[in-house]
Structure formats: structure tokens, C-alpha cells
Ligand binder design. Structure first.
Ligand code: ADE
Length: 250
């Protein structure tokens, strides 16, 4: 499955590492304080892809704004054809550990609540709560990542998993809050602050999308410390994950 131009977002620079250093022929497009770095990513002498990279900032509003801007980018006259959101998330399951990789097969906005007019979590403009990425692209990438299982296991990374990811404008760091979210979404695998907003915009703008997260903490007491420590280390490893991600589509 090949694409000519991929858009890549993460909330923080640490989650994308030094990827922009690997691009050639860089063009920067600014929208106020938001910058998109577009360039050529070379896999080898004759295989390459156009990549547009940006940091959204934290939270659902920032993610929605960044997604909208990113998909407006043309690089060498080629529009963005697939967008990826990557970065860290908290695990909400005992068997999903720090450094495990979770591919979002369903995204939910856990702080969307228009009851009693709509069921809990339903996004009124879509009339649905479960945001599903394009199945073929999801399965393709999941299969590719599974091929790298032994590489991931020998590196810092852990297991590759698929699961439900919930997003909300809240850094979760206590068991009570986590339990309430899990009560409403028992199948939840991971929690973060951007993916489901990115998913909503992508669906409404009709552009293929995927969310790929690496587990940094467990959303319980003290997770702010685990998160901060993890991100400082993750920035040295995110490059490898992103290389595998991008090169899966060349
Ligand atoms: N992203 C990473 N860890 C998180 C947490 N505990 N809560 C929300 N978003 C996160």
C-alpha cells in the first residue's frame, strides 16, 4: 500500500524526535504559531515519499486545528493523502505495559457528553461515538508492525497491540477518574488527549487516518512523573518507530 504524501502529527516535539533532520528540500508553511515542515523522506536511492510533519500542541482543540491545517498542505503540488497521529498515551489495561505500541482501531472522545439529547460520547455532527480508521489501511499497518515484532522486542519497545483509544482534555493521573472512564468504556486500551479529535476532523474532511501510540504511564497516581521521565527517554527512540511507520507506506 503506497502513498505519495503523508502528513504526520504529534502533540510534542519529543514524540517526533529528529525526523525533520532527515528531510531534504524542506519547505516550511506557517499558520500563525503553527508550522508545517514538508520535505522528501528517502528510504534508499530510488524510494522516497513526501512527508509533512507538525506538532499540534496538547489537547483536542489544538489537535483539531492542526489536522485541518495539515491536510491543506500541498508539497510539489501533491496533496496530503494519509495522516498519522503518533505519540504517547497511558495504558488502561494491566496487560498493556510501558513501551508497548497501541494502534487505535477505534477512537472515542471520553469527555463528549451531549446527554440526554444524544447518547454519551456521541459526536452530534457525526451521530456516532466510535470513530473507526479505514479498515484496509489499519490492517495493513498492523500487519507491517507485526512483522517488526521481534525487532520491537529486541529494542526498547514492547508488544504491538490494537485497541480502543479514548481522548479528552484531561491528563488522567488518579485511579478514580480512570475507573469512571473504564466503567463507561470497558474495552478501553489507552487514553490520551488528541487522537479522537484528529479522527473526527479526518472523518469529516474525508481523509484516511491512523493513530499510533506508545505507552508512557498507567493514568494512576504518580503517572505525571512516569510520563515526564518516559518522554525524556522516548525522544531518543521515537525516530525508529516513525521510520518504520513511514517506510511501511513507501
Ligand atoms: N498521555 C500520556 N499519558 C496520559 C495520561 N495519563 N492522561 C492523558 N493523556 C496522556
Amino acid at each position: 500500500m503506497k502513498f505519495s504524501h503523508i502528513g504526520l502529527l504529534s502533540a510534542m516535539p519529543e514524540e517526533i524526535g529528529t525526523i525533520t533532520n532527515d528531510l531534504t528540500d524542506i519547505k516550511i508553511t506557517s499558520f500563525g504559531d503553527f508550522k508545517v515542515y514538508s520535505g522528501i523522506w528517502k528510504k534508499d536511492e530510488d524510494q522516497f515519499i513526501y512527508l509533512s510533519v507538525a506538532f499540534s500542541g496538547w489537547g483536542k482543540v489544538s489537535a483539531a486545528r492542526a489536522t485541518t491545517r495539515l491536510i491543506s498542505i500541498l508539497y510539489k503540488n501533491i496533496p496530503v493523502e494519509l495522516i498519522l497521529f503518533t505519540g504517547v498515551a497511558a495504558s488502561t489495561k494491566e496487560n498493556i505495559k510501558q513501551w508497548d505500541i497501541v494502534l487505535g482501531e477505534c477512537l472515542i472522545q471520553h469527555d463528549m457528553d451531549a446527554t440526554p439529547l444524544f447518547d454519551k460520547f456521541v459526536i452530534p455532527s457525526l451521530n456516532k461515538k466510535e470513530l473507526l480508521p479505514p479498515k484496509k489501511i489499519f490492517e495493513f499497518l498492523f500487519g507491517k508492525f507485526k512483522e517488526f515484532d521481534s525487532f520491537f522486542e529486541q529494542s526498547k519497545f514492547g508488544m504491538v497491540k490494537r485497541g480502543v483509544i479514548a481522548s479528552g482534555d484531561q491528563f488522567v493521573s488518579d485511579e478514580n477518574t480512570l475507573k469512571k472512564i473504564l466503567f463507561n468504556i470497558p474495552t478501553l486500551s489507552a487514553i490520551e488527549m488528541e487522537g479522537a479529535s484528529f479522527a473526527q476532523v479526518s472523518i469529516q474532511e474525508n481523509i484516511p487516518w491512523l493513530v499510533i501510540r506508545v505507552i508512557s504511564d498507567n493514568a494512576k497516581e504518580g503517572s505525571e512523573n512516569d510520563f515526564s521521565k518516559f518522554v525524556q527517554e522516548y525522544k531518543f527512540h521515537s525516530h525508529k518507530l516513525i521510520s518504520i511507520l513511514i517506510e511501511s507506506f513507501i
